[in-house]
Design a binder for this molecule. Structure first.
Ligand code: KE4
Length: 441
């Protein structure tokens, strides 16, 4: 594959944009590669500016569960744009989308729509602190909840990828209120809550962790968090920005049968447009302005274009068998990759749930941030580059998840498995070269 135009564009981009990108992970630093610039997408495919075609497993980091440029989404967006794009006033479609979300997620009685997952989580934390009149929060190492100050502490996603677990610029006076614990370690949570419970406003968790690779909650972990938070009047916040409408129509809380006090959403509910949302019990949400004294606002919150794109997406997801189809495609893919890896005498650790998956290049069982970090990121980079050259677009970092869409076909999956054979062989070759260089000193 040739990347001439992407290279040229990246060089130019670096003159104007920080690092040539508008979000760090897109710079491909973790795979020390040359980022590709995408020109268009259609279904499960994206096409870069050099005309290369890729089967896309990033799906814009989750929103495009229907695939790119879904006809019904494009149609509704086109027709709405012609009537104006933003009014800074109420629109009927905001009410329709709010109703659609609330009907899907029983733990949400009242909701506020915003413009990003970061904004949703930042507002939910502020609300939890106001509701409980406490300052401390508990989050989990490797979980990523957007880039608001209190949460950019031992974060996942780009922060892990870039090896900056704690960002610069966060006042220690604020960071000290964030307690970070190992994911899936309920005993540690109990220890801390028994000592400091009266000072803790909330526990925020990705119910399925998808920002340090993909890590499933251990048996009883989420239920345990629910019990201990109830006991100490701590609010439980599920960050379902990725898992909301992804792993089930009712999100991870439906899959695991655990209801949080506040849910944060994003990505899919905007159908590919900027969006976020936080919602929960009416009595809690009524503390938010203009009803209550927790202030939060946004110029483009509830933007009609994003609302229509999100509503159309959810209406399609609400149809029967959609999640069964997504799960079948993902199982076909992961089982094929596992068999191929074994045939190449490679034993990565795979995780999968619904239409999310991940390949960790480690022999360890990955259950938290520390075990995720045992992954060989150089091997991941080798695999990533080999399959990219064969037209497979996986996340440019070991510490992200893979996303399957409704548009991925059996043929796409078979091509991915075939390309992975070469990807695993490239690792074997890399391994041999590496050990030879090591032996030669
Ligand atoms: P945004 O502010 O990027 O819309 O959402 C932040 C966020 C919050 N919570 C979870 C669980 C998330 O995964 C995210 C954002 N996800 C990353 C991908 N791991 C977005 C990609 C990026 O940062 O470029």
């Amino acid at each position: 594959m040739e990347f001439h135009l992407s290279k040229k564009l990246f060089k130019e981009a670096n003159q104007y944009l920080v690092g040539g990108v508008n979000s760090p992970v897109r710079a491909f630093k973790a795979v020390s590669g040359q980022p590709v610039f995408i020109e268009r997408g259609a279904g499960a495919k994206i096409y870069d500016v050099d005309g290369n075609e890729y089967i896309d497993y990033v799906c814009s980091w989750g929103p495009l569960i229907l695939g790119h440029a879904h006809p019904q989404v494009v149609e509704v967006v086109k027709s709405v744009c012609e009537k104006g794009t933003s009014f800074g006033a109420g629109c009927e479609v905001e009410v329709e989308l709010a109703r659609q979300i609330i009907e899907a997620i029983p733990s949400i009685e009242l909701i506020r729509l915003v413009n990003s997952g970061t904004e949703a989580v930042m507002s939910a934390i502020r609300l939890a602190r106001a509701w409980t009149k406490r300052d401390k929060i508990i989050k989990f190492e490797g979980c990523y909840h957007g880039h608001s100050d209190s949460l950019l502490v031992k974060a996942g996603s780009g922060a892990t990828t870039l090896g900056i677990p704690d960002s610069l610029g966060i006042p220690t006076a604020l960071a000290k209120y964030t307690i970070t614990l190992p994911y899936n370690d309920l005993e540690r949570v109990k220890e801390v809550v028994e000592k400091q419970g009266e000072e803790i406003a909330c526990i925020i968790v990705e119910p399925i962790a998808a920002n340090m690779g993909l890590i499933l909650p251990g048996k009883g972990f989420l239920q345990g968090l629910r019990e201990i938070t109830r006991q100490y009047r701590i609010l439980l916040i599920f960050d379902e920005v990725i898992t909301g409408f992804r792993v089930a129509y009712g999100g991870a809380q439906q899959l695991y049968g655990v209801q949080p006090d506040i849910t944060c959403l994003g990505k899919i509910i905007g159908g590919g447009f900027p969006v976020g949302a936080y919602g929960g019990k009416r009595e809690i949400m009524e503390m938010v302005a203009p009803l209550g004294d927790v202030y939060q606002a946004g110029t483009l919150s509830g933007n009609p274009i994003a609302m229509h794109a999100g509503l159309q997406t959810l209406k399609i997801l609400a149809q029967p068998t959609i999640y069964e189809q997504l799960a079948q495609k993902t199982t076909l893919l992961v089982e094929g990759l596992q068999n191929t890896a074994q045939n190449c005498r490679i034993n990565p650790f795979f995780t999968k749930v619904a239409s999310l998956f991940c390949i960790f290049f480690t022999r360890e069982e990955v259950i938290d941030y520390q075990t995720a970090k045992t992954s060989d990121t150089a091997r991941y980079a080798t695999y990533f580059k080999e399959i990219l050259n064969q037209g497979i677009y996986l996340a440019p970092s070991q510490f992200e998840a893979g996303f399957v869409s409704l548009a991925h076909t059996q043929q796409d999956i078979e091509k991915t498995i075939s390309a992975s054979r070469d990807g695993f062989k490239a690792i074997n070759n890399y391994g041999m070269v590496h050990s030879c260089l090591k032996a030669c000193g």
